[in-house]
Design a protein around this ligand. Structure first.
Ligand code: 0L1
Ligand code: MG
Length: 262
């Protein structure tokens, strides 16, 4: 357990890195004793700083939800973070000049029609409490060089949250088998990745249930109206100036954007 002052200082360093588009050395290089709990305390400070700057929380997200990413990080539990209002892109342009080294991944997002309070929340509870599901493309952009970090680092860095595109096809969860929803992700006309909803912990609703149960450990919950990104169905793919990205979901439409300097 570190001091409040240190949490604040490290959170400010990550906020500045995002704003200045400058990578920083991972926090655990200087503070190897940082724990996952410390990572969340720094993330909480980072969220407070963003709120003080006038930003609002747009969505909550689960990260590291695929077996591949968990194995890579040697963890057994996904991580959670926040997406702010300024991260939501509505005009189909990813402004690469505002970012460091963005990557894209395809997800399914949930909109709740009821509060969800753990512990003990199951996939069934999540589906019953869901108003709509929507397709989403998450842009992750680590503030650490080469996306190299340990678990406390990436949690402190708000799970690499950077931008998001939300699709316009909203469906009732009962209309789809979310574990079987297929996704293709193409960049410049080349198929880069594909997957099914089951890539997210067996079922995307499972990730949302896990989020509610994780939040309950801190006396928090999910609220009616909340938008939740459940985790990457595809892997994450590096983006470059001029790229045209097209993702298609079975039964959930598509999202397209171009990577440009604005
Ligand atoms: O949304 C995600 O799964 C990303 C979590 C952070 C790990 C990374 O930056 O790859
Ligand atoms: Mg993600």
């Amino acid at each position: 357990m570190q001091s409040e002052l240190l949490y604040k200082r490290l959170a400010q360093k990550l906020v500045d890195a995002e704003l200045n588009r400058e990578v920083v050395v991972k926090l655990t290089a200087e503070y190897p004793e940082l724990t996952v709990e410390d990572g969340y305390r720094i993330q909480d400070e980072l969220v407070s700083l963003k709120l003080e700057q006038g930003h609002r929380i747009f969505a909550t997200k689960m990260g590291l939800t695929s077996q591949a990413k968990m194995k890579q990080m040697n963890v057994h539990e996904p991580i959670r973070g926040y997406i702010f209002d300024y991260m939501n892109i509505e005009d189909g342009i990813l402004p690469i000049n505002e970012l460091i080294h963005p990557k894209v991944e395809a997800e399914i997002a949930f909109v709740l029609r009821e509060d969800l309070e753990g512990p003990g929340i199951t996939e069934g509870h999540v589906l019953a409490a869901t108003d709509y599901v929507v397709p989403a493309l998450e842009i992750i952009d680590s503030r650490y060089a080469q996306f190299q970090f340990s678990l406390p680092d990436v949690i402190a860095d708000n799970t690499s949250s950077s931008r998001v595109f939300i699709g316009s096809t909203w469906r009732k969860p009962d209309d789809l088998d979310l574990d079987l929803v297929g996704v293709t992700l193409s960049i410049n006309g080349e198929l880069k990745d594909l997957g099914a909803g089951a890539a997210v912990l067996g079922h995307p609703a499972h990730a949302v249930a896990m989020l509610a149960n994780m939040l309950a450990r801190e006396g928090r919950k999910l609220y009616k109206g909340d938008l939740i990104l459940s985790g990457g169905i595809t892997g994450s793919h590096q983006l470059r100036e001029g790229d045209v990205v097209v993702a298609k979901w079975g039964g959930l439409g598509s999202i397209e954007f171009v990577v440009k300097t604005r």
